[in-house]
Structure formats: structure tokens, C-alpha cells
Design a binder for this molecule. Sequence first.
Ligand code: ARG
Length: 572
Amino acid sequence: MSTSVLSRYRTAFAEALAQALGVPASEIEPQIKPADPAHGDLSFVTFPLAKAQKKAPPAIASSLASAVKVPGLEVAATGPYVNARFATQPFSSEVIDTARKEGPAYGHGDDGKGKTVVLDYSSPNIAKPIAFHHIRSTVIGHCLANLYRALGWKVEGINYLGDWGKQFGLVAVGFQEYGDPARKEEVGHLIEVYVKANKRAEAEPAFDERAREFFRRMEANDAEALSLWQQFRETSIRDFERIYSRLGIRFEHIEGESRYQGKMEPVIEEISQKVGVKESKGALVVDLPYAEGEPPVMLKKNDGSTLYATRDLAAATDRYERFQFDKALYVVAKDQQLHFKQFFLVLQKMGKPWADRLVHTYFGRVQGMSTRRGEVVLLDDVLDQAKELARKKVQENIEKGRIQTDNPEELSEQIGLGSIVFGDLRHNRTSDYAFDWEEVVSFEGHTGPYVQYAHARTCNVIRKGGGAPASFDGALLTLPEEQALLRVLARLPVVVREAAEQYEPSLVARLMLDLAAAYNRYFTAGNQERDKRILVEGNDALRAARLALTDATRVTLASGLTLLGIPTPENM
Ligand code: ARG
């Protein structure tokens, strides 16, 4: 796939400067910065050169400016800077043609060809309420999977279910007390049972001991205990699947902690040989120089049962053997930082050459996402509630004649999903944020529906204009709003790469907001009545150029929203 228009100009500018200076281009390229928009697009500052050559910066800048000639760049000196501006042509046509030619794959590339990334995301616990952090993990992980796949990486997405541990004991013994056998296949019911059993276990040690005993039977391969566990597990997976399909998520692998059941002895053995283990209060822990007050990495409890860390150590090794990954990302809440830091360190001490390829791509907390059902959050409820709020907005807008749709039901679902997913992804991954229902479903502001609406608007303009033209003259796109819009469009390929490198979906989300805003300014500015500005009457050439720009905007919004995991309705 072609390199982006922006990076092509950047490289050409750097090469021309390098040639004029007689130095390698690789030395200049990192020094090219965005220009002050009043003076151009790219900028090179001459202070360091002036110092070395003992000359005045403006003199160097002006002699460089006259030496540098790049087709499509207008180069000029401003004080100590050599600035370059993209000429209206061919820049306008290049940006539009690239977007339209690449279509849904605009912004993609093959940078990651031959490389593999393992992405551990979503990873809820079975028969336990799904928490906010699983929602974040699911939407962030989905977007990262899309970004890496778009850049040509082989993505091994793993839904690493919490399907092993004492909580099954709680559900099992809880079921004997509170369960309704007729509702055994209902996840909501299992969760109710879990919540009750968990409360009781906290207050009543004997009950807690029964749960532990059940889990011990599971670890000891007791057929009866395992068959009950298997049923609960299947019920939960069926339920999760429904949600994932609503979100358009497909995992390459759905497996869980139970995969490592009975396979942990060799790992413990290897750790004891290469790193060392010791006993602490009857438990087996890794012998590391722990900081004051730092809890040790436990491999086995005093009753011999294994732990989360033991299983993660086994899982990382197993994943490397299966996939020989170049990167392995764990999309897991910030609260688990210590866990990841510690188990990554153990792998390093074990001498695993791939240990430094593991990254805990953690995220902050969300406050306020609870639904009317109350304390127990089901992702399904969150999506349903968003859909309901979206339905109200859709209804209102239909009545006001602002939107047309022949399928308000489907549209409400799409907008609901857009609200939740965008409402999360627009925040920096690592920061905490407060979730606000009214805000996320609004059609205005920094929201998913706002961006979805801009996309539908481009579709609508194109429909009204009788389709997008095959050819057009980019030189006609001289309005400041057009030139500003083109510069936002051109950024998608750059931003997709930055977002993947920094594991930061918010960069794509923010570009989408900029893009929607730039298009809306274009659409509504001027005195013409709304879309008349684009569907110019009596000037076919201008109308064709503006429709082509609208089409490139449509493509870019669709590509970006799809990467975020958000549906792109054409009518709303
Ligand atoms: N199931 C865990 C939880 O809910 C998250 C698992 C994350 N992945 C991992 N490899 N530890 O907290």
C-alpha cells in the first residue's frame, strides 16, 4: 500500500534540504516540524546550522529557501524558518484520490507484515458480574486488534476467561442453597447466586470453606465438580457471545485460565531452578528481592492450589510457543499493574528472551456507568440502555424531520453502540473518567453520534448530488475550509500508525472529532443554504470538486469509525 501523502511530502522536503546542505536526509527528517499554520505546513528551523556556521539564521533560511525546489511545495523563508506549504494542486487531488482509491482500507498499510501480536482483551470472569473494566478492555482491545490488523500484523486475539478459581466453588455451593435448577442456563441467575454466596462467605467462614473445598475438588479432577463447572462455563460463554456479536467482535481464541490446569508443575519447576522459590506462611512464592511491603508472587497457596499469577506465567510461555509473537499486549485495568510488573519480571529472570515483548497496556477507571438494574453491571444492560436513549433521540429527530430512516430499530442500536464505544475511546487510555449517560448519546459535542451524524451527512449530500463524480479538478478547492478539511483527511494514515504504536485509540477518536467538525464548518459556513454550498447550482466543475471532497470525507470517517469498532449508518 502507498505511503501517505503527508509523509511523502515530508520526506521530499527533507531530501531537498539535505541535498542543499550536503548531509544525509536521515539527519534532516527528524527536524521537520509542523509549521505555524499561518506560514505553511512543514517547517525547518535554522538555529543549529546558524550556530555551527556562525551566520545569521534568517540569512541561512532565505538561501536554503531559494535552493529547495520540490514539485507541489511552495517554499519560503520566514525569519529563521524555512517553511513549505502544500500547493492547492496537486495536494488536493492527491489526498482525495488516495482516500477514494483505498476506500474502506484508507489509512491501512503493510508495516506489520510478517509480524504477530498477541492481544489479551475482554477476559471477563465466568459466572461473576462483568465489571466496568471488562467493558473498557473489550472496546479498547477490539480497536487495537483492528488497528494492528489494518497495519498488516497477524493478530491473535485471546479472550482469556477467568474460568478457574474459587468463584466456581462459590457459585456451585451457592447454587445448592439459592439456585433455581430451572434457571441454570441463565447467566443473570448465576450472577445473582454468586453475589449472594459471596456475601455469605464473607460473613460465614464455614460457608467459605465449602466453596474452597469445591474448588479443590475441581483442581483434583473430580468428575462431578468438573461437570457442573463445565455447564456454568458454557452458559456464560453463550451469553458473552451474544454481546460480542452485537459489538462485531470475533476472537481468534476463546480460552481461559483453566487451559493451564494440570500444566503448571513444569513452570513452577523451571522457576525454582532459574529464579528460586521459597516458602512463606505455608505458601510457595518466587524468591525475588521484594520492596518493603510488596506482596510476593505466589505460585501455590498453603492448600496447594494455584493462583492467577501461576496461570499467567504458564500462559505467557504457552503463547510464545504457539505464536512466536513480536508483541504481546495485555489490555487490563491499571489496578493490576503490580501483578503484570511482577510476572513480567519473573519471566525476565527466567531468561526468556521474549519477556521484553510483553506490554501491560493498562487503562484507567470509569465512574458512573451503572444502569437501572443497579449494582450488578451487565454489559448487555449498558448496551440496551444506550439503545433506548438513542431510540428517543431518533424518534425526536424523525419528528423534527431532521433524520430519515426506514429502520429506526437498527439505527437506534447503531447509535447506541456508537455512544458507548466512542464515549470510552475518546478518553486517553490511561486516564480515569466519569461516564455520563446524557452526554454520550448526545448528537452534539465530543460524541459517537456526532461523528456518525457527520458521516451520514456526507452520504446524504452525495445521494442528493446524484453520486460522487469519477473525475474532478482539485485546483478549484481553494476555500480555507476546504484546505483545512483536506489537511485533516490527510492525517488518517499517520494517526493510525501513532495510535498503534502508542496503544492509544483516543488518537483516532479525536481525529474523527476534528474531521466531523471540519466538515460541518465547510457544510454550514457561508451564506448559502446548507448543502447548496456543496451542490453548487450552475457550476458543474465546482460541484464535482466539492462532491469529490465530500466523498473523501465519507471514506475517511467510515474507515476511522470502523477501526474504532463503531457502525457507520448511511442514513440518520
Ligand atoms: N479475568 C481477569 C479479571 O477480570 C483479567 C484477565 C486479564 N488477562 C490476563 N492475562 N491476566 O480481572
